[in-house]
Write a protein that binds this ligand. Sequence first.
Ligand SMILES: Nc1ncnc2c1ncn2[C@@H]1O[C@H](COP(=O)(O)OP(=O)(O)OP(=O)(O)O)[C@@H](O)[C@H]1O
Length: 348
Amino acid sequence: MSFDDTPAELLAPELESETELAFEGALRPSSLAEFVGQVKVRGQLQLLLTAATMQGRTPDHILFAGPPGLGKTTLAMIVAHEGNRPLRMASGPAIQHAGDLAAVLSSLVPGEVLFIDEIHRMARSAEEMLYLAMEDFRIDIMVGKGAGATSVPLELAPFTLVGATTRAGLLPNPLRDRFGFTAHLEFYGDEELERVLSRAAALLGLDIDKAAIAEIAGRCRGTPRIANRLLRRVRDYALVYSTGTGTADVHAVRAALELYDVDALGLDRLDRAVMEIILSRFDGGPVGLNTLAVSVGEEAETIEAVVEPFLVRIGLLTRTPRGRVATAAAWQHFGMQPAAARSMQDDL
Ligand SMILES: Nc1ncnc2c1ncn2[C@@H]1O[C@H](COP(=O)(O)OP(=O)(O)OP(=O)(O)O)[C@@H](O)[C@H]1O
């Protein structure tokens, strides 16, 4: 990325370029011991993997659910790495036909880990093929067309499916039930993010003090991927402006993040747009998800999976049966007041 970055790009949890990918790759922990936070999930995974190794079998299928950038891909790689198993990467949107999935499944080697990212976006016909593959390591291939079509069973090598999804609720029950273990990844706490950042700074050879690390941790939406990205911008800033030392201190962090318009809570352009619409146009809500999505010009799915979980977590937004509602903290953070309070003030 360059100095042309918009704040939205800077805070978006998605990856956006090959350079970024290389950067992320270099910082990815490769073992459970190195993986920071998610203590419960780590313990559960460790047990599942160790038991499989002790019995010499492939581990059960695993589903990782949670917002982007929390470590689902990293954990899938760790599952393969810890068990010394080959890893095949696939993505739900690329599996548009059952045939696409059949090609992948039939070429797996025994014990291979198959990672399917965004598994909720796979074609329905492929999902149905996956049920049998997960349960019996077998698929049925249709040969011929019309009345003469027959299904030919094809045995598969035993494999571990690792699925990742930002929308676990969209997976059909038969698919969800076939995973032996579902891990719900949570946003990271400040102390965990500080550890992610310290580790990344050491790997990048960046000299940064504790207060600076804490300042970044508080502004990265509880998301390691964003933490690493902000750290890189701070590194640039220290390199260019802290002449001579190249050291990043809290002043460098504040200046760098102000330059990129990252506010004290780490809210990005979309977070702010969503909150400002609820507050100013709908007087705090309730507002339905679709109305909100249209108002900010975004997909409802993005609002629900990426924006809302963080806003709810930091207490700016609540979800009610009638729609999304801004909290008192939201009014305060944005320096605004509900219409009733404003008119009371006018009456005084
Ligand atoms: N627990 C962690 N400890 C240290 N670094 C982490 C951790 N989790 C994630 N990271 C860092 O954050 C980056 C993003 O993680 P990852 O790609 O695994 O997220 P993801 O949940 O798969 O995101 P997406 O859903 O967008 O694919 C990784 O490259 C890694 O450097």
